[in-house]
Design a protein around this ligand. Structure first.
Ligand code: UD1
Ligand code: MG
Length: 521
């Protein structure tokens, strides 16, 4: 394609009620692979027209830019009275400028919808010479297809160029009518078509390029059909009657499928999912079972990571290299570094630094941060909490609104009681190299100093100083431990650590028994 710098106006029609969806949500706001249908269309247009500004993730979605010269672009999105709901569903702004939101009220058909955008686009400082019309309900359209359409439009100097597809048994598409010499004669909507016309395999994709002046002036010539709607597709017949040059580009029907109901929504999602998984696999990610793996658009996964069966990865998620995710993991809006494991676990709005691991059967909730080498095992939950480097938290524990220092051991059943009777949440601060014994409860707000040790089953209500060994219900400090000298060889230090632990556990058991006996009395 030769470089072109003519300004292009992109009109995306998104005002239709979408009655066939049977939904309170506007049709184009329905999500497929994590993005509203309309956002897919907007991104495809942006990737086609402004390659230089598109993010690298677009390449992963098959929108390779091919070094094309960028067009000057203006976007107009035509929406109905649910425009706020539609706007809220869009989380992408083209780098070349935010779209103009145009209200079409009432919705009198696709021809009327394009007319609604006319005043805005013709009054721009540089009014576009070419208008690309897209429908917001065709989320499968690819950037390269749009580029091919524009190239054909410019190359043939046509008044109107549109994309067609060949379908085996087309359903509710408009049928492309050609004369005996194969020249375009018009488009007939399925609902108005004769039996012979319905049998035609070539359908209208709903993607068009127009010469702007021609389009703006001819829109007023459209008359309403008996249902009161003005069809954009009737412009093809107008052009034929005028003898204006027409061109078509044939695309794959899969790509131009309009989503009108939830069956088609699921079908579109399947196709997009296949594309995403294929791109990931070709980029060096192992996906053991594509049939049970669900990865949203925009998710990034590093080389040699293995995605095991039954896994769902969604939102703004970034996964590093050489990780193992799944089987049966659900990862949402999270960042996972290199060499991590997330086995049969839920990870939501969490950060896992390199070499950290979670699972099986655990839950990292929003605000959880596992520092490098931290290890969360089975049936554990971490929420709004930082686990320091190499923290070991192997089973049945809950750590919320907390910070746990490096190398601390969180034994089975440890719980931070962050929620107090006054209805507020309080923080737990645990230092480094602490030993939190099995089944201990830390009642926040509370601070446990470095190298402290909490006896099994203790309920800790008061701060524990560094090195403090605390036991009982409520736990009280019974003695102090000496931290091994830093210069001691590692083995000796370990011995001292273990001896101290053994010491404490023995003492503690006796004290605990007394406490429990007393409690029983
Ligand atoms: C339309 C085409 C049909 C084509 C098919 C491809 C017409 C008349 N028909 O049919 O030839 O095969 O798309 O998918 O164009 N919209 C508005 N305002 C309106 C009406 C619709 O903005 O007043 C928007 C809708 O939100 C939708 C798009 O235009 O995104 C297409 O409307 P839809 O009702 O889905 O048309 P189809 O029946 O699918
Ligand atoms: Mg449609």
């Amino acid at each position: 394609m030769r470089p072109v710098r003519r300004p292009v106006g992109v009109v995306i029609l998104a005002a239709g009620k979408g009655t066939r969806m049977r939904s309170r949500l506007p049709k184009v706001a329905h999500q497929v692979v994590g993005r509203a249908m309309l956002e897919h269309v907007l991104r495809a247009a942006n990737a086609a027209l402004a390659p230089a500004t598109e993010s690298p993730s677009a390449d992963a979605e098959g929108d390779s830019t091919g070094g094309q010269t960028a067009y000057a672009i203006a976007y107009a999105i035509v929406v109905g009275h649910e425009r706020e709901q539609v706007r809220e569903a869009i989380h992408f702004t083209p780098p070349t400028g935010a779209p103009h939101w145009i209200l079409q009220e009432p919705q009198l058909g696709t021809g009327d919808a394009v007319r609604a955008a006319r005043a805005t686009l013709t009054s721009l400082p540089t009014p576009p010479a070419t208008i690309l019309v897209l429908y917001g309900d065709t989320p499968l359209v690819r950037a390269e297809t749009l580029r091919a359409l524009l190239a054909e439009h410019e190359h043939t100097n046509a008044t109107l160029t549109f994309l067609t597809g060949i379908a085996d048994r087309p359903t509710d598409y408009g049928r492309v009518i050609r004369d005996e010499r194969g020249r375009i004669a018009g488009i007939v909507e399925a609902r108005h078509a004769t039996v012979e016309q319905l049998a035609l395999p070539e359908v209208n994709s709903g993607i068009y390029c127009f010469q702007a002046d021609w389009l703006w002036s001819r829109l007023d010539r459209l008359g309403p059909h008996e249902n009161g709607e003005y069809y954009l597709t009737d412009l093809i017949e107008v052009a034929v009657r005028e003898g204006a040059p027409l061109a078509t580009v044939s695309g794959s029907i899969e790509e131009t499928g309009g989503v009108n109901d939830r069956v088609q929504l699921a079908e579109a999602a399947r196709v997009l999912r296949e594309r995403i998984l294929r791109d990931l696999m070709l980029s060096g990610v192992t996906i053991e079972d594509p049939a049970t793996t669900y990865i949203d658009a925009g998710v990034r996964v590093g080389q040699d990571t293995i995605i095991r069966p039954g896994t769902t990865i969604s939102g703004a998620t970034l996964i590093g290299e050489r990780c193992v995710i799944g089987p049966q993991s659900v990862i949402r809006d999270s960042q996972i570094g290199d060499d991590c494991l997330a086995l049969a676990s839920w990870v939501e709005e969490a950060v896992m630094e390199p070499r950290s691991r979670v699972g099986p059967m655990s839950h990292l909730r929003p605000g959880a941060r596992l520092t490098s080498g931290a290890n969360v095992g089975n049936f554990a939950e971490v929420k709004n909490a930082m686990l320091g480097a190499d923290v070991q938290m192997h089973h049945f524990s809950y750590v919320g609104d907390a910070s746990i220092g490096a190398r601390t051991n969180v034994a089975a059943g440890v719980i931070t009681s962050n929620f107090s009777a006054d209805g507020k949440k309080y923080r737990t601060e645990v230092g480094e190299d602490v030993f939190l014994g099995s089944d201990s409860q830390l009642v926040a707000p509370i601070t446990v100093g470095d190298y402290a040790m909490i006896g099994g089953g203790s309920v800790v209500r008061r701060d524990v100083p560094p090195g403090g060994v605390a036991v009982g219900i409520p736990a009280r400090v019974i003695k102090h431990r000496q931290k091994p000298e830093a210069e001691q060889p590692a083995e000796q230090a370990q011995d001292a650590h273990e001896a101290a632990a053994q010491d404490t556990i023995e003492g503690m058991n006796a004290t605990d028994r007394t406490a429990m006996d007393r409690a029983r009395e």
